[in-house]
Write a protein that binds this ligand. Structure first.
Ligand SMILES: [Zn+2]
Length: 228
């Protein structure tokens, strides 16, 4: 939540359910908010447990491992598949950047997203299906990447956060009773309440390439993008 660049950490097993493992702390991101989960390993001495999936259920994070054997109280090292996680971070920050451009240029709102390692997609509420205009938004996002803005992550009291228009705009999607909101800010470009992992500067995104556009019915368009 504070440092998206933690690649390895120490933890203790606090609960098991067959091949589902809960830890006292974790850097593994569970699938959520339209973003795919991390993978990696839990290491106990020379034993390696492959983490294939990570899910969040009732506020608890469960690591789905490929083999049983971990016990409550075991000390483990968690190690992320960093290549995968870093791709997801670049893709996720790219989605925020695109949403900022779509909103600034045409007041378009993102209605859904699927962030994955190779191809990601965002849905947005656009009345017309103007492919050239959408293409120009991607070009604009790539121009912004060259400015290399910093991505800041911090927590604000809910009351204070609710005075920021960009946060209020999305407030319907927030859990109602959280006293502190985690803010992800692309300096000078975008600000959102968000629980995900991001790169620390937007130059790390690389270049956004529009792969495909789809017409998903009334006011609903879908953009697929890849990164180079
Ligand atoms: Zn996000």
């Amino acid at each position: 939540m504070n440092d998206c660049y933690v690649k390895e950490f120490s933890a203790t097993v606090t609960a098991t359910d067959n091949n589902l493992i809960e830890l006292d702390k974790t850097a593994f991101y569970p699938t959520g908010g339209g973003v795919m989960h991390d993978t990696g390993w839990l290491l106990r001495g020379s034993d390696e447990f492959l983490v294939m999936n990570v899910v969040k259920k009732d506020g608890r994070v469960w690591h789905e491992v490929a083999a049983v054997g971990l016990q409550v109280g075991d000390a483990v090292i968690g190690r992320l598949d960093w290549a995968r996680r870093y791709k997801l971070m670049r893709m996720h920050t790219a989605a925020h950047l695109l949403s900022a451009v779509f909103y600034k240029e045409a007041s378009l709102l993102i209605t859904g997203n699927q962030i994955d390692t190779e191809v990601s997609r965002i849905d947005f509420n656009m009345e017309t299906f103007d492919k050239d205009l959408i293409g120009s938004f991607v070009t604009k996002a790539n121009q912004l990447i060259k400015q290399d803005a910093e991505v800041k992550i911090y927590f604000l009291d809910r009351e204070e956060a609710m005075r920021i228009p960009a946060v209020v705009k999305l407030a319907g999607a927030l859990p109602p009773n959280v006293p502190k909101l985690r803010i992800v800010e692309i300096a000078g470009i975008d600000l959102q309440a968000d629980g995900g992992c991001h790169v620390s500067r937007i130059s790390e995104i690389g270049e956004i390439v529009l792969q495909k556009l789809e017409n998903k019915g009334k006011n609903n368009r879908r953009l697929y993008y890849v990164l180079t």
